[in-house]
Each structure stands twice: as structure tokens, then as C-alpha cells.
Design a protein. Structure first.
Length: 345
């Protein structure tokens, strides 16, 4: 199964760490070279369990031309108010943040400084892993979102369902927009990077333990019920891929995979009941790029209509457009962490 690529931060919130452990092969985040000292306690446990994949931003961006990276970056900057692009220090009250220099290609760092979007730290020491710039939070989010999209694009070259593939996940709306949404009119000039998409609410399908369940117990559940969790993700993956191809008749797609999806949901629920702890469902949507025929479908607001029912759970969809990074990284997850849909008894 593919891995979860969380961005823009190194440490996902607890809810997404638990989801990553339960439903994905690995959890990946974007890091500098000395990333281990930056991992929180839970992510250290994920790393020790062999389920963590650090993504080096410098290595990802170096596989693309500086021109292409800057094209994306400048396009994103046009969506941000000028007042949010001042690289002040954090203690000045302007919300500045430190950006690790060795996390990004030297050419890109030089561009940031020359454009007035970054300021060298006063204790800058060439060649040190601790060397930093001060940048606005908006600049950091833009850069890391670009890295996430390109990392997913490169991972998709081995096949979208490969164990080495990565699916972008974020719980920050601005990062989601920066990573995948259309940002400027000039995007439309690059038709190969823009695709219509379904937005499918799948949070109901992926419950996580509630309350004070410790990560060690989540790891044990993953190991004990590996077959059940894999069957569910394979059924969801089939739904995703069929929706991407058979976009003209989405209800027909659900009817085709309904038996498989329902059976896997029932099996997972049986496993959940054996834990004797509470579980909850949280809101999460996946954007699925589809084919050219989608243009005839009327765009609507998020989760505007019902796709159907599987395993007693409603699956809602809406329509939108997505930037796909050349058409390969055609999946993007947005989590509303903190928005609980319901308890699962």
C-alpha cells in the first residue's frame, strides 16, 4: 500500500499519526538533513517501528529545474497579501519563522534572499546544519507544499498503488491549496497540470481510537489486524481509481465496489469492537483527478450530494479542479482535524 506524505510540518497531529499507522504502510514528512532531533515523541516511536520515511526537500527539488520550481512558487505568492511576505523575526511579533537552509537547493535560497522574502540569521555559519533563514510562515508553507506535490509526483512513477508511492495529506487548508489547487490564471496556460476532480468525503471510512489510547496499542492493532486494514484500503483504492476512470457515472462505480467496500468495513468494525475502547470518525476528503469528459459536470460546493451508501456509511462527493504536477500525483487528502463526525461504538 502507498504511504501517507504529511505536510507542511515534520510532526503530524496525533489523529493523523494514528490514521497513518492504521491505514497506510508508512508515514513520510519533509525534513532537513538533521531531522531526527526534530521528531516528537510519537514520531520517534513511529521511526523506531520502521514506519517512518523522511523526505529530503533538497533532493526532491533538485530533480526539477529551478525555473519550474520558481514558476510554481511565484504563482503561489500572487495569492498571498504583501503584508504576509515580510521576513521578520518571530520575536518581533510579525510571525516570522526559521527555515533550515540545507533543506532547500542553494539556488532557491539565493532567489528568496534576492526577492526580499528571506533574511539570513545573524549567527549564520556556512556549512553548518543549523544555518537558517527567517521567512514568513506563508513562504514556508508554499515551499513545503511544492515539495509535497513533487515528491508525490515522483513516487507515482513507480505506480500509484506501489508500496513506494506517496499520497499527500495535510490538515492545513492553505497548504492544501498551495500543494494542489489552481492558484493563478496563468495556471490555465499549462493544461497538462490542471485536471477536474471529484472531492470525496472518506473520513467515515477511516475511524481512529479516541481518548487516551497510546500509540503502542495502535501499533499492536495494526499488526494483529493487518489483513482487515489492508482490505479496507484496497477497497477504497479501487473506488478512487474507478472514480478517476469512470467519471461519467460515479454511482455505477460505487455499485461495482460496494460489496467489497461493505465487507471490508464490516470486518474492520469487528476488529474495532474487540479493542474495548472508543473510536471516532473525523472529516477527511480526497481530491481525485479525473478525465477530460468531466467538463460537462456542474461544479458545486464541497460535499454537495450523496454518492451512495457502503456498509451503512454515507459517501458524499463534490466537484472541483486540481493541480496534478503533470498528471501523476492525482490524489490529495485534506483533513479537518478537530472536526469529529461521530463516535463509533
Amino acid at each position: 500500500m502507498p504511504g501517507m506524505l504529511y505536510y507542511p510540518n515534520i510532526n503530524p497531529p496525533r489523529e493523523l499519526i494514528y490514521e497513518g499507522i492504521l491505514y497506510w504502510d508508512t508515514i513520510a514528512t519533509i525534513v532537513p538533513a538533521d531531522h531526527q532531533r526534530l521528531l516528537g515523541d510519537q514520531m520517534r516511536q513511529v521511526h523506531e517501528a520502521g514506519l517512518y520515511v523522511p523526505i529530503n526537500a533538497n533532493r526532491v527539488l533538485s530533480q526539477s529545474s529551478l525555473e519550474d520550481v520558481l514558476y510554481d512558487f511565484v504563482g503561489l505568492l500572487r495569492t498571498i497579501p504583501a503584508s504576509e511576505l515580510l521576513p521578520e523575526r518571530a520575536e518581533s511579533g510579525r510571525g516570522g519563522c526559521r527555515l533550515n537552509v540545507v533543506k532547500f537547493p542553494a539556488e532557491l535560497i539565493l532567489e528568496l534572499v534576492e526577492r526580499g522574502l528571506a533574511r539570513l540569521d545573524e549567527d549564520f555559519t556556512p556549512g553548518s546544519f543549523s544555518q537558517t533563514l527567517w521567512v514568513p510562515p506563508a513562504v514556508e508553507v508554499c515551499l513545503l507544499s511544492i515539495v509535497a506535490r513533487r515528491a508525490a509526483h515522483f513516487g507515482a512513477e513507480v505506480g500509484c498503488t506501489s508500496d513506494h508511492a506517496l499520497r499527500p495529506h495535510t490538515d492545513q487548508y492553505r497548504a492544501h491549496l498551495a500543494g494542489h489547487a489552481i492558484t493563478v490564471a496563468s495556471d490555465l496556460d499549462r493544461h497538462e497540470n490542471i485536471a477536474p476532480c471529484w472531492e470525496v468525503e472518506i473520513g467515515r471510512l477511516l475511524p481512529i481510537p479516541a481518548g487516551e489510547v497510546v500509540l503502542a496499542d495502535v501499533l499492536r492493532f495494526r499488526e494483529r489486524y493487518d489483513g482487515e486494514r489492508r482490505r479496507l484500503m484496497q477497497a477504497i483504492d479501487r473506488l478512487i481509481h474507478e472514480l478517476r476512470v469512470q467519471y461519467d457515472h460515479p454511482q455505477d462505480v460505487l455499485r461495482v465496489v460496494e460489496a467489497e467496500l461493505t465487507s471490508s468495513i464490516i470486518d474492520l468494525r469487528a476488529a474495532i469492537r474487540s479493542t474495548k475502547v472508543g473510536w471516532v470518525k473525523r472529516s477527511a476528503a480526497i481530491s481525485i483527478a479525473v478525465g477530460s469528459g468531466y467538463g460537462a459536470i456542474t461544479l458545486g460546493s464541497p460535499f454537495s450530494w450523496l454518492l451512495g451508501i457502503a456498509g451503512g456509511l454515507a459517501i458524499n462527493v463534490a466537484t472541483n479542479k486540481i493541480r496534478t504536477g503533470g498528471g501523476r500525483s492525482a490524489f490529495s487528502y485534506l483533513h479537518r482535524v478537530g472536526r469529529e463526525i461521530s463516535a463509533l461504538n
